[in-house]
Design a protein. Structure first.
Lengths: 529, 119, 502
């Protein structure tokens, strides 16, 4: 236990992978079907969740250290690369979101996946390791490794168990992400090299890189270019208009569990990347591009909502709603104040819960009817009342009704962005209204009215398993809506630290943050050292 | 005048060669046939299509000859100088033994492969 | 002439250090000769003993070289050869590659009914040529070693005598290879004319002493030598022979060529490169001249290699073009070698990583190949994951490694390579390289798509059971690929040590 005590994060991150490898030994087709591997995987994900609760218990909201539960081990000493993990109040919640959702998606796949189950569940667990690793890594090289590692299971999940156009979608997903992340890699090289130039030693540890002073302030200054390289990788992941085109394909073609993970966690990786890397490393560039990115975010919000409105396919509608919702996250981040940033982080968690829930619901109805076209439904609430209830709660969370989690996030974001740009806030607020329109309209067309199709008359309502899948989400919707302070407590210190790094005006005012780059020394990077 | 012996050697060689040629032409019996009259008595008609197919064995023999012949070239410089080096140690002799050993292995291989058998 | 001045007593002794340094060469040669005798001994059934002796020769030689890796540098044969860490590092690579090639070939040769002892002999001779090449310091020795290697490989490429593609490949390779050798030799002659030496150390010293620049003759000679090597490493625009040769050669030999041959050519290229135009203390004018042209070659190589690979449907051909692309990446590392702190270590590491993943990939191909090397098209890989799950998994690891996805050797190597290029201020070049890598992801993944996301072709021929030898090769390469990928520090340190001894 002593080992576990000092390596809690490592244990949490790698447990799923180890579990998956051990699971390969479980017979795929035992006497009673594939029950063994399913239970095995579910138990593994629950153990991981338990471990992450342990992490939560050990986390101190007002801890002095920037990163807690930190573990450092030498990895490639020649280049200053280390295995360096730790969490702060922001990544803590994203980790919990990941470990919370994984058992849910595993449980939801019990019936939907009927072939090659062993590989499927192993990949889900491997994916969990990748995601958790990316959230805990505070060495930029380690982060990049996990960032790429998690691509592969997702790619295979979409490509093997997806819909008809699955290969196209999987390839598109992979290539988009790889192109973005490779340019980020070049930027990482540059940063690592700059550390050598400025401090005389190699390091890729994030806290060391924060201390770099990179010339910025102009459009073609190194800082701006590096920021854009990072931003491209993260914006593709978020996905930010106009880089979102992989998302509808991937979401629609992926199996339900894939869509849920994709929407709930992988998209968060983009937002998280902005928070952890792009903003604090390049504050001047952030200031330079603030308006531009807020504008794009506002466009994304409205555009996503409009496109969602005309979708005939429920899953596609939800996919485009993600574009709109994630636009809010970017809007809040670039407002660069405590309200907006806190709101953004909260919105990321919300979106994970509500969009994940929607995808699960779509998956459940698809399993029954093998169609996702809105026109094929109508009057479902009569045959499936429980389903309709769950659907309604999640939908309301998605349209940000007060009392649900969605409200808190979007409200904070709009409040925060108002002080940065009232005009763009007004435009974005339209997105909230459009959001209500397309979600409720869809809900009405699916749930109410006469039953037009004979097949819909004999639909079976939710099974106990499906209730078990949805119940935690419904609870989370209300809990997060009513007790947001429960979450803000852990975030506060981290958000303040984030702002003191990322917002130049805050950084210059704050004398209490000695690590912040108070003065930017201009120097030619090419002639350094 | 250290080259005088060479000149004497050349003169004798030419004289001897010429004498034998002339004598055999004058004294020898002659039963000519077309094959014998061809410039190269190797079984190949010297005129005609160059894309003529002939047995791959010719190549094999030619290559083997070349190999062993060229390797023999290495012996000459060795033969000229090894006496001086012997004063220091046996290294050069050993090296030549290794060289000959390698040649013998090659010869053994060629022999067992049947490359020297015409049929 | 006074006889006493011509006698060099120091050439007539072999110190114990020298003997030790020579032991891997002598061992490999001895083993080869033994295998040669065995192969024509009629009393015993020859194929298995020859196979075992050859593999053991390579493996033990590898262990011996490994043991010599940390030893100090020893000059050999009047400075014509050198036994340093660099040479021994590559000796390990060559011998490992030869041993693995032979292990992967045994079953394959049975299937092709080509189980001749000569196959193993030629692989060993080629390996010996590579070893001599990487340790040679004299252009003449390099040439002889190169020919020993090349001639053996020409024959191996054409080993499937009944197959027209194999014949064509051998012929093409022979003629173009001979042309390259001729260019190299001409360059050597010109260098000798300009510097009065064929020893690359002397040539380097000569260039360093020329403060005002060098003669046209030198430049031309250096260029011809370098072109000769660009030919051997198949850099664009000297790459035309490669796809046909790779496709026509027996599959394990293609693997041998991408691993051993490429490593040998690059290992020697680095030695020559830093002495004739791009090394410490050489005039800046020569360096920048050399730099620009290699940059052009590198960019062309990457772009053309990757672009053409996109459209290939035959796996061997695709890997051939991908090999060209990888040559481009390595050239980027060569350019960066002078300006970065890691020096040429990333190049060396990349060669090792590339050798490992290619050896594995071609071993898989050799296992899967139907008779006469058929059945290596993309669609033959459809549904491989359900027919041969472990092979499909191994192939995926190798392909992802080539694509540079972590945590594989390919990623670690690429990371270090491009990182050193950024250090050398070649940022534009690095951006081009990573974009090319992004392109390459597509065609590597396409194989994965077929293996994992397609159903098996109807009426596909049943796969042979995998032999123990080949399985061992594939498994060990998977382990190495992941090991170098996750813990590259050890291999990097070794590569660095090797390069430091240059």
């Amino acid at each position: 236990m002593a080992w576990l005590d000092s390596h809690l994060l490592t244990a949490t991150v790698f447990l799923p992978l180890a579990w998956a490898l051990a699971g390969l030994l479980v017979p795929a087709r035992a006497e009673g079907g594939s029950g063994a591997i399913k239970s095995w995987t579910l138990v593994g994900s629950l153990v991981t969740f338990a471990l992450s609760l342990l992490v939560y218990g050990r986390f101190e909201a007002t801890g002095a250290a920037e990163f807690q539960l930190q573990e450092v081990a030498e990895w490639i000493p020649n280049l200053g690369i280390s295995y360096n993990v730790g969490i702060d109040g922001i990544s803590l919640w994203l980790i919990l979101l990941t470990t919370f959702l994984t058992p849910i998606v595993i449980l939801s796949s019990y019936q939907a996946i009927d072939r090659r189950e062993k590989e499927y569940y192993a990949l889900l667990l491997a994916l969990e390791t990748g995601m958790l690793g990316a959230f805990v890594a505070i060495d930029i090289f380690l982060f990049y490794v996990f960032w790429e590692v998690m691509l592969l299971p997702m790619y295979l999940l979409i490509g093997i168990w997806g819909g008809r156009e699955r290969i196209y979608a999987a390839m598109k997903f992979f290539l988009y992400t790889v192109v973005g992340s490779l340019l980020m890699l070049v930027a990482i090289f540059y940063l690592a090299y700059q550390h050598k130039v400025q401090f005389g030693s190699y390091s890729t540890a994030l806290l060391d890189l924060y201390k770099l002073s990179i010339p910025g302030g102009e459009l073609l200054a190194p800082q701006s270019i590096l920021f854009l390289a990072f931003a491209l990788a993260f914006a593709i992941k978020v996905p930010l208009f106009p880089l979102h085109t992989w998302l509808p394909d991937a979401h629609v073609q992926a199996p339900t569990a894939g869509s849920v993970i994709l929407a709930s966690v992988l998209l968060k990786m983009g937002g998280y990347g902005f928070i952890r890397f792009a903003f604090p490393l390049f504050p001047q560039a952030v200031a330079l591009f603030q308006v531009a990115f807020m504008t794009i975010a506002a466009i994304a919000i409205v555009y996503g909502a409009w496109v969602a409105m005309v979708q005939p396919d429920i899953k596609k509608l939800v996919a485009y709603s993600s574009v709109s919702h994630m636009g809010f996250v970017i809007l809040g981040l670039f407002s660069l104040n405590a309200l907006g940033v806190t709101g953004s982080i909260y919105q990321m968690l919300n979106h994970g819960i509500s969009t994940g829930g929607l995808f699960l619901l779509v998956g459940m109805i698809y399993e029954r009817r093998h169609t996702r076209a809105i026109a094929d439904f109508g009057g479902i609430s009569r045959t499936m009342p429980l389903f309709a209830l769950a659907f309604m709660i999640i939908t309301l969370s998605s349209v940000a009704l007060p009392g649900t989690n969605g409200f808190v996030g979007e409200f904070l974001i709009l409040l925060g962005s108002w002080s940065a740009s009232p005009a763009l806030t007004a435009v974005s607020a339209l997105g909230v209204i459009f959001g209500a329109v397309y979600m409720l309209w869809m809900f009405q067309r699916v749930m109410f009215g006469p039953i037009k199709h004979k097949e819909n008359e004999n639909l079976v309502d939710l099974s106990f398993r499906e209730l078990a899948v949805l119940a935690p989400l419904v609870v989370a919707v209300f809990f997060m809506g009513i007790f947001p302070n429960f979450f803000f407590g852990e975030m506060e210190t981290s958000v303040q630290r984030f702002l003191s790094r990322s917002n130049l005006t805050v950084a210059q005012a704050a004398v209490v943050a000695p690590e912040a780059p108070a003065a930017i020394i201009l120097q030619d990077p090419g002639k350094g050292n | 005048m250290s080259y005088l012996p060479v000149l004497i050697l050349v003169v004798i060689a030419i004289a001897l060669g010429g004498a034998i040629q002339i004598l055999s032409h004058v004294l020898g019996p002659k039963f000519p046939n077309p094959m014998k009259n061809s410039p190269f008595e190797c079984g190949m008609p010297p005129l005609g299509d160059a894309r003529h197919r002939f047995s791959v064995r010719f190549y094999l023999v030619a290559i083997l000859f070349l190999l062993f012949d060229v390797e023999a070239v290495f012996f000459f410089p060795f033969a000229v100088t090894f006496r001086e080096y012997l004063g220091i140690n046996m290294f050069m002799v050993l090296e030549m033994a290794v060289f000959v050993g390698i040649l013998l292995v090659g010869y053994f291989y060629v022999l067992r492969k049947g490359a020297l058998e015409w049929d | 002439m006074d006889a006493s001045t011509t006698i060099r007593a120091d050439l007539l002794t072999l110190t114990s250090e020298q003997a030790m340094m020579l032991s891997p060469y002598l061992w490999v040669f001895g083993g080869t000769v033994l295998a040669m005798i065995l192969s024509v001994t009629r009393a015993i059934q020859p194929r298995l003993p020859v196979f075992i002796v050859s593999v053991l020769t390579a493996l033990v030689g590898m262990v011996v070289s490994l043991g010599l890796f940390a030893a100090d540098r020893v000059m050999l044969f009047n400075n014509m050869m050198v036994g340093d860490s660099y040479a021994n590092f590559f000796n390990v690579v060559f011998l490992a590659s030869a041993a693995l090639t032979m292990l992967a070939s045994f079953e394959y040769l049975d299937q092709e009914r080509l189980q001749y002892g000569e196959y193993y002999l030629l692989v060993l001779f080629a390996a010996l040529g590579m070893m001599l090449m990487a340790s040679a310091l004299d252009l003449i020795v390099i040439f002889i070693a190169l020919e020993l290697m090349s001639l053996s490989v020409y024959v191996l490429v054409g080993f499937r005598r009944a197959d027209r593609r194999s014949n064509e490949a051998a012929m093409k390779y022979f003629i173009l290879g001979a042309a390259a050798s001729a260019i190299l030799l001409y360059g050597t002659a010109l260098l000798y004319g300009a510097t009065q030496s064929t020893n690359i150390r002397d040539i380097q010293a000569f260039v360093q002493s020329q403060s005002g620049g060098v003669s046209i003759m030198f430049t031309l000679g250096a260029w011809l030598v370098i072109v000769g090597f660009l030919f051997k490493i198949a850099s664009v625009p000297f790459h035309m022979w490669m796809p046909d040769v790779y496709e026509g050669a027996p599959t394990p030999i293609t693997g041998f060529m991408t691993t051993g041959l490429k490593a040998a050519a690059f290992a020697t290229f680095v030695r020559i490169f830093i002495s004739t135009g791009y090394g410490d203390g050489l005039p800046a004018a020569i360096q920048s001249h050399m730099h620009d042209i290699i940059v052009v070659c590198a960019v062309l190589t990457m772009v053309i290699g990757n672009a053409v690979a996109l459209t290939q449907t035959n796996l061997k051909r695709m890997l051939a073009y991908s090999s060209i692309a990888h040559t481009g990446y390595i050239l980027v590392g060569m350019i960066a070698g002078q300006g970065s702190e890691q020096g040429y270590a990333p190049v060396v590491l990349y060669l090792v990583a590339y050798a490992v993943m290619n050896m594995g990939a071609f071993a898989v191909l050799a296992i899967l190949a139907a008779r006469a090397d058929q059945g290596l098209n993309l669609r033959d890989f459809s549904g491989l994951s359900s027919r041969q799950p472990w092979l499909a998994f191994a192939m995926s690891v190798f392909l992802l490694s080539m694509a540079g996805i972590p945590p594989t050797a390919g990623f670690a190597a690429k990371y270090l390579l491009f990182y050193s290029a950024v250090q050398a201020h070649e940022i534009g070049l690095v951006v081009i390289s990573v974009l090319c890598s992004a392109i390459s992801v597509y065609y590597y993944l396409r194989v994965l798509v077929h293996m994992y996301m397609h159903e098996p072709e109807e009426g596909a021929a049943p796969l042979r059971p995998v032999s123990v030898w080949a399985a061992a090769v594939v498994a060990s390469m998977v382990v190495l690929t992941v090991q170098i990928g996750t813990l590259p520090a050890g291999m990097l340190a070794a590569a660095k040590r090797a390069v430091m001894s240059l």
